[in-house]
Design a protein around this ligand. Structure first.
Ligand SMILES: [Zn+2]
Length: 686
């Protein structure tokens, strides 16, 4: 996956997968395969759960599911997504046939897929699809024209590769207001630290990156010498921008990424850019104000434009264009892009099969059209109701816990209850499907299709500015195997893809389902109350509703979790950066505590029986652990330690249960076992 940045500027706090999928059995399917939510065969029963629950629950899964050659990591979620993709492949292959029986949605997604699969046609075209934009860059005569040109490039790519990205968002301090936003971009390595950190690994990556830049410039027709100079230019500009960028930990502070600016203020800060021309090109309305996520970065953009020559700025823009479009071009571009971003940075040895690239592209660009087909076939209304029942129950448990927590004062408690009461659950799919009918899709113009669908989505986003907030809007497609909490909307969102086996399994009893899906629902709910989410109020406004004493008590408890995770080793001399993972770690623990109590509530009047030699309590914890079976390549571990706000899977399991005496009791663990903490050291917030 390219180092993309969020197109929509909102704080998505997800359950957390990014890397996707594998080619094990390369055939489309007509039904989804069934894997139970508790799989005895996946366990390593020779391991001691009290020493390593993850190994006990997932040991055989890891043996039986080696990381596929086209993947950087592999997990229960990743595998479930590939199963979904293979099933979507069947749907798309059927709809790709030029058949007059197809309805409008089927024609749209089928023709898009057919064009994507036609690599002969794509390869014939070389870099030709870029020629108009390359020419527009070449014809730039004056730095004063940069604003309009950057606007044009953003309009065609919706990328943040040209210094910055544009979008719309709810105003952090007035969530009823949709405003425009400008966020820092302009970097093509995965993080600012890749440009700045002094160590052997990062130095090797910088050298490989410069070689990659040169190779891409050569593919665009430059001589080896020119390409070398161009590569050095891009590296110099990006390194300067990296220095002015906030770190990922700083970006977790919602105050640090919220700065209201009027158009006039923006023009004063960065006179080098003709903002009016840029906004005209993109259709962004800057009134009444914009959010500028990183003012220091924008100030550096001004300095860069002043300092660099016109030719060097053109080189930087040319790179941004070819880099964001490389996967849409002919094979030499796709291969070179793979060699750096997938092979070097992630350790992947083989490119994904074309069908999967195309299924992902349809899901990315026309996700609700494809999702509609997916939902109709595999997510019946009763699943939605079951998930809603579980969510309501978990919310009820949270309400009771808030009332009982001794460290919360009555004032803060009342505000927390209000926030919880107003939190909405969105389950499965949107109530109203997005209408893509205005996008022109051609069966033999893949690049054009992508550009038009990109423009459609950017227009859709920017059209929201000044309009009422659409509370029904989703930021994930229905087939996605993931979930998120949105603090500005104060809602939790569970796509259909995360509510089917092996994650939610209606054939299975409650214990593993509450451990797995219950834990996920609890996780997303707790994001509204983690160190980041707690700064937003019931209406999604960034407003401090905590008494000083309660905030201090919260921080003390959050520090307990942060200190615990900081001791976990990842690879080489790298430990978890728990300032980055803090919100996710808090959500993992709080989520499972809620799921446990919800399960107890659901089964209060039932006589629960052991199964396969495990008590119901043990099956709850094994079901929980099996959501996170998974392994990862060394290169990818290094990458994610720097960029991923989620801890590695093993610690997302073991790091939680050490804080749950319920676990030690369920497995009769001895007091000195690795998965047991002395009572006084147990971390709990919610
Ligand atoms: Zn999360």
């Amino acid at each position: 996956m390219l180092p993309t940045r969020p197109r929509l500027i909102f704080l998505a706090l997800t359950l957390g997968i990014c890397s996707i999928a594998a080619a094990t059995d390369d055939q489309p399917t007509t039904s989804l395969p069934y894997t139970p939510s508790l799989d005895i065969k996946a366990m390593d029963r020779s391991a001691d759960p009290c020493e390593d629950l993850h190994q006990f629950a997932c040991g055989n899964w890891l043996v039986n599911n080696p990381i596929p050659s086209d993947q950087s990591r592999w997990s229960t979620y990743g595998k479930a997504y590939v199963d979904n993709q293979r099933y979507l492949w069947g749907i798309l292959q059927e709809n790709a046939k030029d058949n007059p029986q197809r309805n409008a949605t089927q024609t749209l997604i089928g023709d898009y897929f057919a064009a994507c699969m036609n690599t002969d046609k794509i390869d014939e075209q070389g870099s030709q699809p870029l020629s108009d934009d390359l020419q527009a860059i070449a014809q730039l005569e004056d730095k004063k024209q940069l604003g309009g040109l950057i606007g044009r490039l953003i309009k065609h790519t919706d990328a943040s590769a040209f210094f910055m990205g544009l979008g719309s968002q709810q105003d952090a301090e007035d969530s009823s207001l949709m405003i425009g936003g400008i966020h820092a971009g302009g970097l093509s390595l995965p993080d600012r630290d890749y440009y700045l950190e002094i160590n052997e690994n990062k130095e090797a990556t910088r050298q490989a990156y410069v070689a990659h830049l040169a190779a891409m410039f050569e593919l665009l027709g430059e001589s080896a010498e020119q390409a070398g100079t161009s590569a050095a230019t891009v590296m110099r500009i990006e390194t300067t921008l990296a220095k002015a960028s906030l770190t990922r930990v700083e970006r977790r502070d919602p105050h640090k990424v919220y700065h209201r600016k009027s158009l006039q203020e923006l023009e004063q800060m960065v006179p080098a850019i003709n903002w009016t021309a840029m906004f005209k090109q993109t259709g962004l309305n800057p009134a009444p104000w914009l959010n500028l996520s990183q003012p220091a970065f924008i100030t550096e953009t001004q300095a860069t434009i002043e300092r660099e020559s016109l030719d060097d700025l053109k080189t930087y823009l040319r790179w941004g264009l070819v880099n964001t479009r490389a996967q849409l071009l002919s094979k030499p571009f796709r291969d070179q892009d793979f060699a750096f971003y997938k092979a070097h940075l992630r350790g992947i040895t083989e490119q994904s099969p074309r069908w999967r690239t195309c299924v992902s592209q349809v899901d990315n660009q026309l996700g609700e059209a494809l999702g509609r087909e997916f939902v109709e076939r595999s997510f019946p209304p009763e699943r939605r109701e079951e998930a809603r029942h579980m969510s309501m129950q978990i919310q009820q448990v949270m309400a009771e816990r808030i009332n009982q927590l001794a460290w919360l004062s009555p004032e803060t408690r009342a505000q927390a209850q209000d926030k919880l009461k107003k939190m909405r659950n969105k389950i499965g799919y949107p109530n109203k499907w997005r209408d893509y009918s205005s996008i022109k899709i051609s069966r033999d113009d893949y690049f054009g299709n992508v550009t038009r669908a990109t423009g459609f989505d950017l227009d859709r986003q920017l059209a929201r500015i000044g309009k009422p907030v659409d509370l029904d809007e989703w930021f994930m497609s229905p087939a996605t195997v993931n979930a998120y909490y949105n603090p500005s909307m104060n809602d939790i969102n569970f796509p259909a893809g995360v509510l089917i086996p092996p994650l939610y399994d209606s054939k299975m009893d409650d214990a593993p389902n509450y451990g797995n899906t219950g834990g996920t629902i609890g996780h997303e709910l707790i994001h509204g109350f983690d160190d980041e989410g707690r700064q937003f109020d019931a209406d999604g406004n960034l407003r401090d509703w905590w008494t000083g004493q309660d905030a201090a008590a919260f921080k003390e408890r959050a520090d307990c979790i942060r200190d615990q995770y900081a001791t976990y080793h990842v690879i080489d001399d790298i430990f978890i950066n728990s300032e980055l993972t803090s919100g996710e770690d808090i959500a993992d623990l709080g989520g499972l505590v809620l799921a446990w109590e919800a399960w107890k509530m659901e089964t209060a009047d039932q006589q629960l029986e052991p199964a396969d030699g495990f008590s119901p309590e043990q099956r709850f914890f094994v079901g929980f652990a099996q959501w996170a079976c998974g392994g990862e390549r060394d290169e990818s571990l290094r990458l994610h330690a720097a960029t991923d706000p989620h801890s590695p899977p093993k610690y997302r399991i073991n790091g939680v249960v050490v804080n749950m005496p319920e676990f030690a009791r369920a497995f009769s663990c001895k007091a000195d076992a690795a998965m047991v903490k002395p009572v006084e050291k147990v971390c709990r917030i919610w």
